[in-house]
Design a protein around this ligand. Sequence first.
Ligand code: PLP
Length: 453
Amino acid sequence: STDQLVELDKQHFTHPWTVFDVFAEQGALPIASAEGCYITDSHGKRYLDAVGGLWCTNIGLGRSEMADAIAEQCRTMAFANPFVDMTNIPATQLAAKLAGLAPGDLNHVIFTCGGSTAVDSAYRLIQYYQNCRGKPEKKHILSRKNSYHGSTYLSMSIGGKAGDHPPEFDFITDFIHHLSCPNYYRAPAGLSEAEYLQQLLDEMESTILTIGPDRVAAFFAEPILGAGGVIVPPEGYHQASWALCKKYDILYVSDEVVTSFGRLGHWFASWDRFGIKPDIITTAKGLTSGYQPLGACIYSDRIHQVISEPGHGRCFAHGFTYSGHPIACAAALKNIDIIEREQLLQRVQQIGPYFQQQMRTLEDLPIVGQVRGMQLMVCVENVRDKVSKALFPEELDIGKRISDHAEALGLIVRPIVHLNVMSPPLTITKEQVDTIVRTLRQAIERTIVDLQA
Ligand code: PLP
């Protein structure tokens, strides 16, 4: 029964980001089936999943074509040793496909198990590259406060969300430097957007000069900070920070774990939306639309040429048992095929502006400080005071209160402290957008009533 399942889950499954005493009391909702943008729990209640799983179910769930591709590969050849003396056909085909879709000269792929390991792989590759060119001391990383790059020891240290760095864990602080989060909504009052941008760039340049350009290896940046609250940097920020990286011989790593595979209406947003050609792109999530765990670190010819030069004779000591797993790669190939065939990128370019426009109508609610985002990434920032932008006390868990009301009304939105974020499948319809906006409005109104009680 569902009750037994919930009990077993409580006893044995340690979920990500668990607050153990709360979990012991409340448990988790078992999800039994899924189709398109909808998920159904084991009581039979259906929800519109506006989060797209966890920023990942881009083509929507329950597609038999995907099941067939996965089953077919599972029957034909479920696993091959990925180390250099063997390969497998789906991995080779997918690497070539990604090289074709990625911008510039990003023609080489390290396959990983997800986004965190793609970020770790990027840094390992960077260290190896700097060593190959005789610059082992060039190993410092710039990233940003409020960024999220994953949950391994390294990727979490690169990330800059204060809540992800609790005192009980040690983080790498000697070679990772967090710059300010480029969030104009929270910029010092009175600064124009252009002045704020200049302030961010001045900070970046002075940090590089303080560390010493010869010691700074890379800048890790999400094109839009996702888990940090869907923060779209000021216009011109991407190009100007990329220019600073080029000026000081710093590699630009664009973490597109969320923003690729159609979320912003492009395969990759770095070039097609923001006009930059990174040296490395990390991706995962929409790469398989969540049907299989898979990530990738896609890197440039320039890096590849340096590490391939004969003579240095050292192995790139990095990789996983499941690097280029054939079933995951077969799922990614079918996923890409579906995005192409159903023209889902074009679809996002049509529905995305409508989603943004309709979501922004929620700004008339007394606790909605800002609705922001781009295409199919959106965030509602809830505030206690719209003028001062003061936040509710954290223990009020305002985002969670809203998402609980939304869930009761049949809508899944993701709470992050005082925020609610959404990233629906690319197949979302206008009617479903209207349902999301209408239901979320109701959930926020119910929360306001709770607060007044
Ligand atoms: N990078 C970004 C930008 C992410 O949003 C995430 C996950 O949300 C990750 C990396 C980590 O990916 P994963 O959870 O697949 O390891």
